[in-house]
Design a protein around this ligand. Structure first.
Ligand SMILES: C[S@@+](CC[C@H](N)C(=O)[O-])C[C@H]1O[C@@H](n2cnc3c(N)ncnc32)[C@H](O)[C@@H]1O
Length: 245
């Protein structure tokens, strides 16, 4: 894949998993440059009037919400709501803590925590994390808008979750890297979880929404209820940008 929007490779160390944003055993991160490129491509397909309003982004396999939080920090100006869900309750707890860092209080709390750690242990890694947290804090302050964050436990291959049944705003962009590889596998009895995920998502998007799915190359990302806008190969991954018909 050629980068169209993120042509320049920036230094993304402020976003590194485990530095300011938290990670935990069994959770994965996602390349920041790729996340930004896919988001900007997806956004370019939104109907003009939708792209101009604060949008809702949903990740139905959010893990620790590294991907969602990074998007909030990088592109927060255009984002009104970040919604994440995962089947794993522990991942959801981590996701809540990471998502909080997309707003001023959350990043201030993390900065205070890192400052206390540096005072107690004097580690260089804590000092570097403090510097990164300060830069992220400035970024959030420049944005001068809040992002609502929502996170809940749900099976993305199953029934529509209570959040949406209770009137949760439909997602403008769904962006997700589904389970693959050795670290994370599908928790589902389903014979074709990716197909069921795409079925499931029909209940959370609306006309004009865009769905970005990243997977390994073994899983076919196609579904008769979606039009494929783009198919991309990125190293060992593939991505598809889809529009519900
Ligand atoms: C590759 S990880 C996603 C990482 C995430 N994008 C991040 O930035 O932290 C895949 C996630 O899918 C979750 N998962 C597996 N089966 C699921 C299911 N049936 N429904 C929802 N989530 C599921 C796993 O718990 C894992 O957190």
């Amino acid at each position: 894949m050629e980068y169209v929007y993120e042509q320049v490779r920036h230094n993304y160390e402020d976003f590194s998993s485990g530095r300011v944003l938290l990670n935990a055993g069994g959770t994965t991160a996602f390349p920041v440059r790729l996340a930004s490129e896919l988001y900007l491509r997806a956004k370019s397909y939104l109907p003009p009037e939708r792209g101009e309003q604060p949008i809702t982004i949903y990740d139905p396999c959010c893990g620790g919400a590294y991907l969602l939080t990074t998007l909030g920090l990088l592109h927060g100006q255009g984002i009104g709501r970040l919604v994440g869900s995962d089947i794993d309750g522990k991942a959801v707890e981590l996701a809540k803590r990471n998502l909080a860092m997309a707003n001023p209080e959350g990043i201030a709390e993390r900065l205070a925590q890192l400052t206390a750690l540096y005072a107690a242990f004097g580690k260089t890694s804590h000092k570097e994390a403090i510097e990164s947290a300060e830069r992220l804090q400035e970024r959030i302050a420049r944005r001068n808008s809040r992002i609502e964050t929502v996170c809940f436990q749900a099976d993305a291959t199953g029934e529509r979750a209570d959040y949406w049944n209770a009137g949760g705003q439909a997602a403008d962009i769904v962006m997700t890297d589904v389970p693959y590889g050795n670290v994370v596998t599908w928790s589902s009895e389903d014979a074709d979880p990716l197909d069921s995920l795409l079925n499931h998502l029909l209940g959370v998007v609306r006309a004009g929404s865009v769905v970005v799915v990243v997977a390994d190359k073994k899983q076919a990302i196609a579904h008769p209820a979606y039009k494929r806008l783009e198919k991309l190969k990125i190293g060992k991954r593939q991505a598809a940008i889809l529009a519900p018909l």
